[in-house]
Design a protein around this ligand. Structure first.
Ligand code: ATP
Ligand code: MG
Length: 461
């Protein structure tokens, strides 16, 4: 971070030394003010992109149409996005405009930004420039639009998702006018490109406050306006915050929204405030366990199971959200494990393990491991399942073999030992060997495996 700070100041000095205005802007100013770690430092300047490029030896024209040049002040050191002060041209279709206009005034640049806490600038000497009162709002824990909220959400409807994400992640209250505008403009969400929606959702689901995010999506009415063509009931987000989650009832039947019918009455702003800050212990616990999950695949699978969406519907939803195919399949495998295994809780330990082995072989050990983590996160901390799931994860880690490649014998060994040519029987036999090894009934060593292979082949005949 020190290196980044030094690099950023070198860029600021070079620009101001050449007679231009240059400041740190956006997320880094906000996060530094809050004492949080900073991922990247963005710079805004009155210099035009070609002027920026002429001042530094190493630059990349990463977004010239938006006025952005990436500057690498020191070889091998951090890179900085330097963007010319600009306003955004006319907004059409509630989307971010294609064209921008370069301006010389920092004020005009800050004015186009979404929230007061994101519209602060910092000079090289550390002075804060904060014409919209972002610092005061942060001090009071309030998230507020720059200017007229209704208009700002109308210009670019994605800002409504950003609003929810920031309020949740930073634990802020949404200012009353901004909140009213959010509820009013929620239907505009349908104009936002799915890729942009997905990127925001990913940051909520994989971020610091997924439960609170879901709750805000539900209570603002935004969830009803995702163009997701399935019966995904985002409205459950608010139930989660009430602590009803973790009962672990997946794949429940539920009705898709009927068009034009409000499934859930809007929740008054006062209610959301208290809900946000006094979320009950159940919701807080779920939030903590969710954020501790290691992999995004597990987090998404948890989301869908908590929303009560079955695996088909969640695949459709992820397709609509234009997820990468690999990610979708990985989440799908976890949900498939859930569909076959979640009801098993009542069975005796031995048949549970047998079912787990079958799932591991069918969907992969990784999917089963993620499923165990998912169920442990969804279950209440003092529930009896917790222990079983934990011991399941330990057991899984010690699994002697879960793929044919891990077996101590291969198809050729078995053919040679039996003096027989391969055929459909061979795959079936190897699979049976694998199941017995995985269940701990058979040692994963050449001799016992071949002996068992002979016995099984006799049975097959
Ligand atoms: P994060 O920590 O999530 O990256 P950030 O504030 O840096 O937060 P970015 O998306 O990186 O968010 O955007 C950088 C800055 O650009 C924001 O702080 C804000 O000032 C401005 N900005 C980004 N998106 C929008 C938008 N849709 N409308 C208005 N201003 C925006
Ligand atoms: Mg950023």
């Amino acid at each position: 971070e020190y290196e980044m700070e030094r690099g950023a100041h070198a860029v600021l000095r070079t620009l101001t030394g050449a007679g231009y205005e240059a400041v740190l802007v956006g997320g880094c100013v906000r996060d530094r003010w809050l004492g949080l770690p900073v991922k990247d430092m963005d710079i805004a300047t009155s210099a035009l992109p070609e002027q920026v490029m002429s001042l530094f030896a190493h630059t990349v024209p990463t977004g010239l149409q938006h006025g952005t040049v990436t500057v690498i002040p020191e070889r091998g050191g951090p890179a900085f996005e330097v963007t010319t002060f600009r306003t955004e041209g006319d907004y059409a279709d509630y989307r971010r405009p294609e064209t921008v206009e370069f301006v010389t005034s920092l004020d005009a640049d800050l004015q186009r930004r979404d929230f007061t806490m994101n519209a602060m600038a910092e000079y090289a000497d550390g002075r804060l420039y904060d014409p919209y009162g972002g610092r005061d709002d942060l001090g009071r824990g309030v998230l507020r639009c720059v200017g007229e909220a209704r208009e700002r959400f109308g210009e670019d409807a994605l800002r409504m998702l950003r609003c929810v994400r920031f309020a949740a992640a930073y634990g802020l209250e949404i200012e009353a006018g901004t909140w009213a505008a959010l509820q009013e403009q929620a239907p505009l969400l349908r104009h936002v490109a799915m890729e942009r929606c997905r990127a925001e959702l990913e940051r909520m689901v994989e971020g610091r406050a997924p439960v609170r995010s879901l709750q805000l999506l539900a209570e603002s009415g935004l969830w009803r306006h995702f163009k997701v063509p399935t019966g995904v009931d985002w409205g459950r987000g608010s139930e989660l915050a009430g602590g009803s989650a973790g009962s672990g009832a997946p794949n429940e039947q539920h009705r898709p929204d009927e068009p034009g019918k409000d499934v859930r009455p809007p929740v008054p702003a006062a209610a959301i405030r208290s809900a946000g800050h006094e979320a009950d212990a159940g919701a807080r616990g779920l939030e903590a366990r969710w954020t501790k999950l290691e992999e995004p695949e597990t987090k998404w699978a948890l989301l869908w199971t908590l929303l009560g969406v079955d695996s088909d519907a969640s695949l459709q939803a992820m397709q609509a959200l234009v997820f990468a195919k690999r990610r979708m399949e990985a989440v799908g495998a976890v949900l498939a494990c859930d569909a076959t295994l979640a009801q098993q809780a009542a069975a005796d330990a031995e048949s549970v393990r047998a079912a787990w082995v079958r799932a591991a072989l069918r969907y992969g050990v990784q999917a089963l491991r993620r499923w165990l983590a998912l169920r442990a996160a969804a279950a209440p901390p003092d529930g009896p399942q917790r222990e079983a799931l934990h011991s399941g994860a330990v057991w899984l880690a010690a699994l002697p073999a879960a793929t044919l490649q891990e077996l101590a014998v291969g198809g050729a060994d078995v053919q040679a030992a039996l003096g027989e040519r391969g055929g459909p029987w061979l795959g079936e036999l190897l699979h049976k060997l694998l199941v017995r090894v995985a269940l701990g009934e058979l040692r994963n060593e050449r001799e016992p495996l071949l002996t068992e292979a002979r016995r099984l082949r006799e049975q097959q005949r």
